[in-house]
Design a protein around this ligand. Structure first.
Ligand code: MG
Length: 235
């Protein structure tokens, strides 16, 4: 494979993200405990988030709107302004949380930088994601950052056209089969799955065929340069 561009997912590939969502949901369940059990709150909140995805998209701001809406439903309209304010604070804490890179990320980017152009392809909120790249101090490694609404084959195709990338020369690295791996393989690219400690159920792909051409799986980012050396024609 002649790799002309390596794409990296951001959330839970470059830096930890899901951990902040799980913590926020725990705080939310505490706030709503006068009105429902943790299980019921989980169930209603998840239904609300999925229902809102087409309207609000991904990211923390969308998540907070769903928290507020779920809180109104769960409390049957009795949630007070104080608790709404606490929900807003949960979101602000998430936005301001320290960015912790996943293991081996910086070293690996440093190793690959001289040999391969690299870009970030991420879902979520434009302001939050571009700010995070700056705050994580890893912007120098990437030629561009693409923030998309949904990581569909169409979205990848638009990115390939914009940057004149041939899919057969594109390698994507990410933690979710649904967003980072499946669409890229479908377009004829290669993809490296590096699972995170926890993954949102929405991103899982039951029955995914791991024998597909161009599919690779690693335990951590530190193993990426060796894999690339193995599969690449151009070193
Ligand atoms: Mg991810």
């Amino acid at each position: 494979m002649n790799i002309e561009m390596i794409g990296f997912d951001a959330d839970d590939t470059l830096w930890h993200t899901e951990i902040h969502y799980l913590k926020a949901q725990e705080d939310f369940k505490g706030l709503l405990s006068p009105w429902a059990t943790p299980e019921r709150i989980d169930e209603l909140l998840h239904a609300n988030i999925l229902d809102n995805l087409p309207r609000y998209g991904y990211g923390i701001k969308a998540f907070v709107l769903s928290l507020i809406e779920a809180a109104i439903h769960i409390s049957d309209g009795k949630i007070g302004a104080n608790r709404i304010e606490e929900i807003l604070s949960i979101g602000k804490r998430m936005l301001a949380a320290e960015i912790i890179l996943r293991p081996h990320v910086r070293d690996t980017l440093q190793t690959l930088k001289s040999a391969y152009p690299m870009m970030i392809i991420t879902k979520g909120d434009l302001l939050d994601q571009t700010t995070k790249v700056k705050r994580a101090n890893i912007g120098e490694f990437f030629s561009s950052v693409e923030v998309v609404n949904e990581k569909s084959p169409e979205a990848y195709t638009r990115i390939f056209e914009k940057h004149r990338i041939h899919p057969a020369h594109f390698l994507m690295v990410g933690n979710t089969l649904r967003s980072d791996i499946q669409p890229v393989l479908a377009l004829g690219g290669a993809a490296v799955h590096i699972p995170a400690d926890s993954t949102w159920f929405h991103e899982m792909v039951p029955g995914f065929d791991t024998a597909q051409n161009g599919f690779y799986e690693l335990e951590h980012m530190g193993q990426l340069p060796a894999l690339i050396n193995k599969i690449s024609d151009v070193i």
